[in-house]
Design a protein around this ligand. Structure first.
Ligand code: ADP
Ligand code: MG
Length: 412
């Protein structure tokens, strides 16, 4: 018997739904693209490029629009002999200091045979290499710093780069910077002088509504799926779910991909509304599990304390901090850990609430008692338990009977 068989033909090309696929046209972004094109116009005219700052929540097309326009800009510039354009794209997610950004820029601008190592130079030396290389290339150089907020507080590069020409560090090239950020507060944190230069032109990408998302998805789905595989309500439902949440095209595409994948795994011939609903649950569960996995061991014990208290006394939900704390102390002792003090424990409760794993309910005890909080689990209890089970915290904790108990009481 064959171990592998070709699965039900659901996708014609599933890569088209992946995040890094570059669509040939961008839907529902005409006015943003018009303005963006206008901001890049000086490049074609051979004058000093403007520094552009793009902001908006995740998944609203900032990266896609930038790559799309820069590709066109380069092609369209070919008809003018006196315009030379070089573009550099850098995602700063792993580049959390000016040093790292500068090294990456040097290496991207240099030939593969002439790369520098990521450590070992003084920052100034790296800047010198950067100015030298920029000057050597000449023409117009556009540098995209995507997810620019990751650079953090060590952001001297954001002062140096836009001023390199006026500070006589380079003379042959014109450098323009395109900064992109998901973080609305990023601008406020900048020194006003940096803000002025870095954000000469700015562009906001708003979230998509359900109609926008439906059009975006339809274009992509047409190429990604085999003909006739998608039931009529699948795309509108993905669009509606994503619009209700954050208005992110990335989220809508992920949902559609997961729904198709579910149909394929279940060997169903078509993708239906039910696949979308199941895919939504699955993705949510994954998201929760990921955020829970990143906690420290005391964070996990704190969560376990809330889960265990929920199962042992569901009638007391939302739970008082003191009873959770007592439960936590028992669990810490059972796993041979020193329990944290009250304040540190409180910080874990606060973090879990911030992550949306717990819900914090404010109580007001009248004049004498003041304000205090009570807590309850704000994710499916089943997801919380599965995550804790997967951590293999200790054999001394009997999570199996906790789960059985929760089942008996109808909590999962
Ligand atoms: P951001 O950079 O704002 O987080 P992206 O540009 O990476 O978002 O977009 C997320 C995904 O959605 C990508 O796969 C992108 O191709 C797609 N996308 C976003 N906006 C559009 C659009 N207007 N038309 C087609 N696809 C889009
Ligand atoms: Mg992006």
């Amino acid at each position: 018997m064959a171990l592998f068989e070709r699965s039900e033909e659901i996708f014609e090309d599933e890569n088209i739904l992946h995040d890094d696929y570059q669509p040939q046209s961008l839907e529902e972004r005409d006015s943003e693209l018009d303005r963006y094109t206008g901001y890049l116009q000086p490049v074609i005219n051979g004058s000093q490029p403007r520094n552009i700052f793009l902001y908006g929540k995740t998944g609203v097309g900032k990266t896609a629009a930038t790559k799309y326009l820069l590709t066109h800009l380069k092609t369209d510039a070919e008809q003018y002999d006196d315009v030379d354009i070089e573009t550099v794209y850098l995602n700063c997610e792993d580049l959390t200091s000016s040093y790292r950004v500068a090294v990456s820029l040097v290496n991207q601008l240099r030939e593969p045979s002439d790369q520098i190592s990521r450590t070992g130079y003084p920052l100034n030396a790296v800047y010198e290499m950067l100015w030298d290389r920029l000057d050597e290339i000449g023409g117009t150089i556009l540098i995209v710093l995507d997810e620019i907020d990751y650079i953090g507080d060590d952001d001297s590069i954001l002062y140096q780069l836009p001023r390199a020409r006026s500070n006589d560090k380079i003379e042959n090239s014109r450098v323009g910077i395109i900064g992109i950020s998901n973080d609305f507060k990023f601008r406020e944190k900048l020194d006003p002088r940096v803000e002025d230069t870095l954000c000469e032109r700015e562009l906001h990408f708003p979230p998509y509504d359900a109609n926008d998302l439906q059009n975006i998805l339809e274009k992509r789905a047409g190429k990604a799926f085999e003909d006739g595989v998608l039931s009529g309500d699948v795309v509108p439902l993905c669009a509606a779910f994503a619009a209700q949440d954050k208005g992110s095209a990335r989220q809508a595409l992920d949902l559609l991909l997961e729904a198709g994948d579910l149909a394929r795994r279940q060997s169903d011939p078509t993708v239906t509304e039910q696949h979308v609903r199941d895919a939504k649950q699955l993705l949510e569960k994954q998201r929760i599990e990921e955020s829970m996995q990143d906690l420290t061991s005391h964070g996990h014990l704190t969560l376990l304390a809330v889960v265990a208290s929920t199962v042992s006394s569901p009638e007391d939900i939302p739970l008082q901090k003191q009873s959770i704390y007592e439960q936590y102390q028992n669990l810490a002792q059972a796993t041979s850990r020193d329990p944290l003090g009250g304040r540190a424990f409180h910080n874990h409760l606060a973090e879990l609430s911030m992550l949306g794993i717990l819900d914090r309910v404010k109580r007001n005890e009248g004049r004498a008692g003041g304000i205090y909080y009570e807590y309850e689990v704000d994710v499916p209890l089943d997801a919380a338990l599965s995550t804790l089970e997967n951590l293999h915290m200790s054999d001394e904790l009997d999570l199996d009977s906790l789960r059985d108990n929760a089942c008996e009481k109808g909590l999962i």
